[in-house]
Ligand binder design. Structure first.
Ligand SMILES: [Fe+2]
Ligand SMILES: [Fe+2]
Length: 288
């Protein structure tokens, strides 16, 4: 088991996804893992096309693409479509070369123990709900005039399942609280302190607390996340005498606002097996 190309949010950006598959090949990674906001919008024709194109390219380049869900993925539909199609590692097979890691999923690659927890709060929830309501008002008007081409639009821009309820999250953690080497999430843990963060409203904090509970319980040496659309590295405590290195990854260019953004801030190579070093705060650079 060689290496995994870890990537930040794609938001259904086909060009960026295809570019990253190429980087995975050049970096000799047979796997690529997207840390949420993948662009799982199969309730739309464009969303289905995105899956098809990314899958076609990944299959041709012999890369397997994995993702966990962000707040902008329609998680309920992923389960509706693919719950019956799990592979031997418990990932849901969306296409031959695209697989989904459900919330709380655990697995082992190259002797490295992983866990994944998707979900986050959408800071643009009010805008998304207002837009959905406006589109629905227009669709309802057209339906009154006899058109059947305008179905109900609720749940198309904002997804009520964007965060795990506390009980569900804690039950998933309690089901197997044994440590992991690498924790993957969409959201940041509460204790990390990036120097640029536009997702720090009070409403964001409950999910950051959930991720922090996962860090404290699973005590990973390394934790990677997306969602902030910002590349940073931090080290946080996961116990009295243990530390977790946190790597926040940047997003696709269209969703990236920091002035010093560059596309290579959206990925890093994780060489396997990953081993916690004696001093977690002084681990060698993971990026190559
Ligand atoms: Fe995002
Ligand atoms: Fe997000």
């Amino acid at each position: 088991m060689g290496s995994v190309l870890m990537t930040g949010d794609l938001h259904g950006n086909t060009d960026h996804a295809v570019r990253l598959v190429g980087i995975a090949v050049r970096q000799e990674c047979e796997r690529m893992f997207v840390l949420g906001d993948f662009g799982a919008w199969e309730h739309t024709p464009d969303g289905r096309r995105y899956f098809d194109v990314v899958n076609r390219v990944a299959r041709k380049r012999r890369v397997h693409v994995y993702f966990l869900d962000g707040n902008h993925d329609k998680t309920s539909l992923i389960h509706e479509l693919y719950d019956e199609k799990a592979d031997d590692d418990g990932f849901l097979v969306c296409r031959s070369n695209i697989r989904y890691a459900p919330r709380g999923h655990r697995w082992v690659w190259g002797e490295t123990r992983f866990a994944a927890f998707g979900g986050a709060y959408s800071v643009d929830k009010p805008w998304r709900l207002a837009k959905e309501a406006q589109v629905e008002r227009n669709a309802a008007r057209r339906r009154r005039f006899g058109s059947s081409r305008h179905p109900v639009t609720a749940g198309k821009l904002w997804f009520p399942e964007e965060q795990m309820p506390d009980e569900e999250f804690d039950a998933a953690l309690a089901a197997d609280p044994t440590p992991v080497d690498v924790l993957l999430a969409h959201d940041k843990p509460r204790d990390s302190t990036p120097d640029w963060n536009r997702k720090n409203l009070p409403e964001c904090l409950p999910n950051q607390d959930r991720v922090q509970r996962a860090v404290n319980t699973l005590r990973p040496g390394l934790m990677l996340h997306g969602h902030l659309h910002y590349r940073y590295t931090d080290t946080i405590r996961c116990g009295a005498d243990r530390w977790t290195r946190v790597e926040g990854l940047g997003a696709d260019p269209e969703a990236s606002h920091p002035r010093d953004y560059a596309p290579d801030q959206s990925w890093l190579v994780l060489r396997l097996p990953y081993r916690r070093t004696l001093a977690d705060r002084e681990q060698p650079a993971l990026v190559s």
